[in-house]
Design a protein around this ligand. Structure first.
Ligand code: NAP
Length: 308
């Protein structure tokens, strides 16, 4: 079968760090064009806008949309309307309703829409899910604390409405939690801390439960200097499970059970090719729904202004 002719839109940090090397190694895809206002990709046709690209390169079969979430719907709608399969970077959009609209459009046109959640493909995640399914969980706690100045320097969009603030990394944890827990959880209370000069939170404390009263909590904080934490800790009848390093490493009672080099983006492109071949979409909105619920239910607290 000939490769899927792919185009990429929004050439920035994640495209250079992850998409380009992963696409280059996947024989199911051939990157043939890019659209970005400033960024370019060597060796292919580059355009300033998705409209120009779609008009000039009819051979495009699929498009990966890697711009910030606030600007993704319009591009996704144009790509689907033009008959292209669509890969959405995480979070899949700025609202739940716009992604539902895209899902319906993809279905009506027989196209594949992929709401990607890269952290779900971290090496320890499937083993954690299997471990939790094999025992009784007493509680689960997420600690996701990083230094925003190091990881998101000068990314203005991330602090604007729809940019999600600390939920931009926090949603990665939520994508893992919603995948590994045996039953759906829902938020019962939350506190969101907003810098006085920003429209998105710098920290969040969230309590969840499920149908049988499980104690689940999450602490997200962008003010962490020194050691960074991307940990999920579960107390269970079979011991303490620690899924650390963003899902890369699984330990039970301090003994490492699973640790492999990470392959998140190669696995995302493998999945995208699979769903295109199968003629289906993969759109799980649970992580984004929890973020929306936190904004809906959470108390707001104003904290010191933040400057990069
Ligand atoms: P970024 O570098 O700040 O933005 C990506 C590109 O989007 C920019 O280079 C820019 O390209 C385009 N863009 C920026 N503002 C735009 C606007 N107003 N309208 C249209 N295009 C705009 O961000 P990133 O770190 O790559 O993140 C992009 C997405 O990937 C986010 O949803 C993020 O959550 C996700 N992601 C990021 C990481 C990471 O480590 N950085 C990891 C996983 C997922 P042009 O100026 O050339 O148009």
């Amino acid at each position: 079968m000939s490769p899927i002719h792919l185009a990429i839109v929004g050439v920035g940090k994640i495209v250079r760090d992850q998409h380009l090397p992963s696409i280059a190694k996947n024989p199911d895809f051939k990157l043939i064009a890019a659209a970005s206002r400033h960024g370019t990709v060597d060796g292919i046709d580059n355009f300033k806008s998705i409209d120009d690209m779609l008009a000039a390169v009819p051979a495009i079969d699929a498009v990966s949309l890697c711009m910030p979430p606030q600007y993704r719907y319009e591009a996704a709608h144009k790509a689907l309307a033009a008959g292209k399969h669509v890969f959405l970077e995480k979070p899949p959009g700025a609202t739940l309703s716009e992604v539902a609209d895209l899902e319906a459009l993809a279905a009506s046109k027989g196209l594949s829409l992929f709401a990607s959640w890269h952290s779900r493909y971290a090496p320890g995640v499937e083993a954690a899910k299997a471990f939790l399914a094999s025992t009784t969980i007493r509680s689960l706690k997420v600690i996701w604390k990083e230094d925003v100045r190091h990881w998101h320097p000068n990314q203005e969009w991330i602090w604007q409405a729809g940019g999600l603030g600390v939920f931009d990394p926090g949603i990665n944890a939520l994508s893992i939690v919603t995948h590994i827990l045996p039953r759906p959880v829902f938020i019962t209370s939350a506190t969101l801390e907003f810098p006085e000069n920003r429209d998105a939170p710098i920290a969040a404390n969230i309590q969840f439960t499920d149908a049988v009263g499980l104690d689940v909590s999450a602490e997200f904080d962008w003010r962490q200097t020194g050691k960074q934490s991307w940990d999920i800790v579960a107390e269970t009848d079979a011991g303490q499970m620690l899924l650390s390093e963003g899902g890369a490493k699984l330990s039970i009672d301090g003994v490492i059970r699973h640790e492999e080099p990470e392959q998140e983006y190669p696995l995302l492109y493998k999945r995208f090719a699979e769903i295109i071949k199968a003629g289906r979409s993969d759109v799980d909105l649970a992580p984004l729904r929890h973020v929306a619920d936190a904004f809906m239910l959470g108390r707001r607290k104003f904290v010191d202004s933040f400057y990069d």
